[in-house]
Structure formats: C-alpha cells, structure tokens
Write a protein that binds this ligand. Structure first.
Ligand SMILES: COCCOc1ccc2cc1OCC(=O)N(C)CCCNCc1c[nH]c3ncnc(c13)N2
Length: 278
C-alpha cells in the first residue's frame, strides 16, 4: 500500500473492466471495479495518438492536475490517472444515473422545481471553483452527469480552465458562449454566470436561448443578447427574471452566483438538499 504521502501507481491490472458507459471525443468510458477495494469507478480511456493529433495532451495534464484537487459534491471526482504505451486512463467517480442531456431529451424540458434544484447545485459548484480561481467549467448539458441519488455532477474538465482562447471548433456548439468569448476578448469568472443562464433556459424550454440554424445567426443572437421567451411551456415570471439577470451583455452586470442562490425563484423552487425528488 502506498503511504498517505506518495501517489499510488495504478495499472490496468488493478481493475476489472465492466460495460462501456459511452464514447467521448477522445476515448471511451467504462464501468470498472478496483480489485482490492471493490470500489466501483468510471475509467475513461484516452488514446495518446488522438491527444497528440489534437495537441491537447498538455491541456489534459493541467486539467487532471486541477481536477484532482477539486472536492465538491457536484463536481465529478478524479481519483487518479495512469498510462501505458498507447493510452491515458482517468480513474473517475461513477455517476450511476448517467448523462443529464439524455434525461433532458427524454423529458423534453424539466419542471421549474427540477431546473431550479439543478441550477442551485451548479451555482454552488461554480462558487467553489471560483473560490479556487478555476473558471469556465463549460457547463453545457453534455458535460453534466447524474449521481445515484439524483444529484448533478459536472463531469467536464473544461479543457479551458486557464486557457482563454479555446477554439470552439474543438467542441462544436457556440450556444453556451457569452458575448465576450464569441468576440474573443478577455473574460473572467462571469462567463460561468452567462453559461448557467443559458443552461437554466434550456432546462425550462428544452432548447438553448440563442439557437439558430447557422453559426453566424447564433453568433449574432448572442452578441445582441436576442433573448426571447416562448409562450409554451408556460414559465413563471420569476424564472424569466432570473434568466434575464444572468444573460446580460456587460459581464460586470450579471447577477453574482451568491445572489442567484437568494433569488426568489431559486428559494421557492430549489430543493435545499440539491437533489431533485420526483
Ligand atoms: C478528458 O476527459 C475528461 C473526463 O471526461 C469525462 C469523464 C467522465 C465521463 C465522461 C467524460 O467526458 C465525456 C465523454 O467521454 N463522453 C460524453 C462519453 C461518455 C459519457 N459518460 C457516461 C457516464 C455515465 N456514468 C458516468 N460516470 C462517470 N463518468 C462518466 C459517466 N463519463
């Protein structure tokens, strides 16, 4: 056993590999059990060749370094990592209820209580991250997982926690980008308030607020903050008020995350435990 201080050297033979949990851009994620402790984990396998091709291996190293120090109930734990000739393996907390975006697709949109409970837990996770000078957790639905008790977990390692000019081509959608990033000017932790506002809108309406057929139209809608609320589903004015205070072009005018937790819509709808009980 490695003593508390030194890092344990993991190898693939320490794990029984179970069912695949899904495929990401750079590799597969598997259910796995650590043999000695019988601890169930998720094992993400990344191919070194693909990481080299996309020149992200140094970013991954930095991400893993940062992520391994984050400890929050709404941030997926990274327990450790190891590598062999061809692959890098990330040993991760297992989120038993899987991907949030699949749940959102299935329900089309969430109730105000469910949306508020998720938004409040994400706000707490982001307050924690900002307290550690970690920003831009890239909180779109694809990067959110659901734990065994229904709690939300940010799984994405952002790739861009300290990089300011991440190329969006790597991750496709523009939908979540705030104006300052779309216009690729300096940005700070308030980008996360914008993205959380976009996410809150999508939880309630089932589509992101600035969606358009063409990238150029989405781009224009974002920089103009062309925010419209559909008539269906019927959403409370408190929810619209909160979203309107987050999707503000001037990043210094966006509702601070700790104020979000005191907003009437959150106070009246979010379950204090951070767990949505159907
Ligand atoms: C550089 O990589 C950073 C870490 O990225 C991830 C960590 C953990 C992940 C997924 C991650 O990236 C996204 C990705 O690979 N997919 C979209 C495919 C698999 C989807 N997950 C399915 C899943 C279900 N129960 C889970 N419990 C824990 N982790 C999971 C999952 N996935």
């Amino acid at each position: 056993e490695a003593s508390a201080g030194e890092k344990k050297r993991w190898t693939l033979s320490d794990f029984d590999i179970g069912k695949p949990l899904g495929r990401g851009k750079f590799g597969h994620v598997y259910l796995a059990r650590e043999k000695r402790s019988n601890h169930i984990v998720a094992l993400k396998v990344l191919f070194k060749s693909q990481l080299q091709q996309s020149q992200v291996e140094h970013q991954l190293r930095r991400e893993v370094e940062i992520q391994s120090h984050l400890r929050h109930p709404n941030i997926l734990r990274l327990y450790g990592y190891f590598y062999d000739q061809k692959r890098v393996y990330l040993i991760l907390e297992y989120a038993a209820k899987g991907e949030l975006y699949k749940e959102l697709q299935k329900c089309k949109y969430f109730s105000e209580r469910r949306a508020a409970t998720y938004v409040a837990s994400l706000a707490r996770a982001l307050i924690y991250c900002h307290g550690k000078h970690v920003i831009h957790r890239d909180i779109k639905p694809e990067n959110l997982l659901i734990g065994a008790q229904g709690e939300l977990k940010i799984a994405d390692f952002g790739w861009s926690v300290h990089t300011f000019n991440r190329r969006r081509t790597m991750c496709g959608t523009l939908d979540y980008l705030p104006p300052e990033m779309v216009e690729s000017v300096e940005h700070d932790a308030s980008v996360d308030i914008w993205s959380l506002g976009v996410l809150c809108y999508e939880f309630l309406y089932g589509v992101p607020p600035f969606e358009a057929k063409e990238h150029s139209d989405t781009y224009r809608r974002i920089v103009q903050v062309d925010l419209k609320f559909p008539t269906k589903p019927i959403i409370s004015s408190a929810a619209k008020d909160l979203i309107s205070q987050m999707l503000v072009k001037d990043s210094s005018q966006r509702l601070p995350l700790h104020k979000l937790l005191e907003h009437p819509w959150i106070v009246q709808n979010a379950d204090p435990s951070g767990v949505y009980k159907a």
